[in-house]
Ligand binder design. Sequence first.
Ligand code: NAD
Length: 264
Amino acid sequence: MNVLAVDIGGTHVKILATGQKEPRRFPSGPELTPKDMVAGVKKLAQGWKYDAVSIGYPGPVIHGRVVSDPHNLGKGWVAFDFGKEFGKLDFLVHSVAFAPREELTGQFVNTTRKGFATALDVSAYSLIAVTRAAAPLMTDGGSVVTLTYLGSERVVPHYNVMGVAKAALESSVRYLAHDLGPKNIRVNAISAGPIRTLAARGVAGISKMVDHHREFAPLRHATEQSECGDTALFLLSSLGRGITGEVIYVDGGYHILGSLLSTE
Ligand SMILES: NC(=O)c1ccc[n+]([C@@H]2O[C@H](COP(=O)([O-])OP(=O)(O)OC[C@H]3O[C@@H](n4cnc5c(N)ncnc54)[C@H](O)[C@@H]3O)[C@@H](O)[C@H]2O)c1
């Protein structure tokens, strides 16, 4: 996460962002209002990428709100809503997963401690981390969507430790939904059928899984990326406003099957 640090104290407002070597500054003074400060910072930070803003304020702050106007600056700082002025976030799509390639072939029983930790860290903990960072910016509520797979609840050969990571991810979705629901932030997962993407090519036998899916899924076609995109759009928009903590399957109905005996 890139942070934009803003130092308001002293003769200048100074800013620096993650990855930048040289700080930038503009003059402060007894007329400087918080709106001037935000406008100045936004202008000065143009071209810098940042996901969060950290502000050093020369006075007491409680729960992110200034409680007394500073001596050397203008008026209007008390209770000023910096989060709102710097912009807000409406939704977040988490679409990250990784396990070392050697963990995605052979038997699950051979999973290494290191491979387990890496898979869970990148594929499940990352959702908690990014949601925690995004939530304070979702000042008007928000929606978080992540991507999961049936291997979380059924055994899919070679999916191995990723199945455990996806189980942790889906459980995290429920806990996050519970924590953030009162702020009107919804958290859901889309469980997609197998799609031959860069990441999926790391799973041994992915092509066979796609063919198998096309043959047996009730809708008789392989899952398409656009189908997942459409469902994400639904969940991220107000159309999904009553849904949180849910795992929605976009897999042509494959997960409902209890038998692979064809009736045709
Ligand atoms: N392709 C499928 O069959 C399928 C099915 C169900 C769910 N999913 C899930 O969809 C999501 C997206 O995967 P995809 O199949 O579109 O593949 P993808 O390769 O397009 O996306 C995976 C992304 O994870 C990122 N990533 C990996 N390790 C990372 C790390 N340490 N830090 C930051 N980013 C990292 C990669 O840069 C990549 O952008 C994943 O969560 C995947 O498990 C995929």
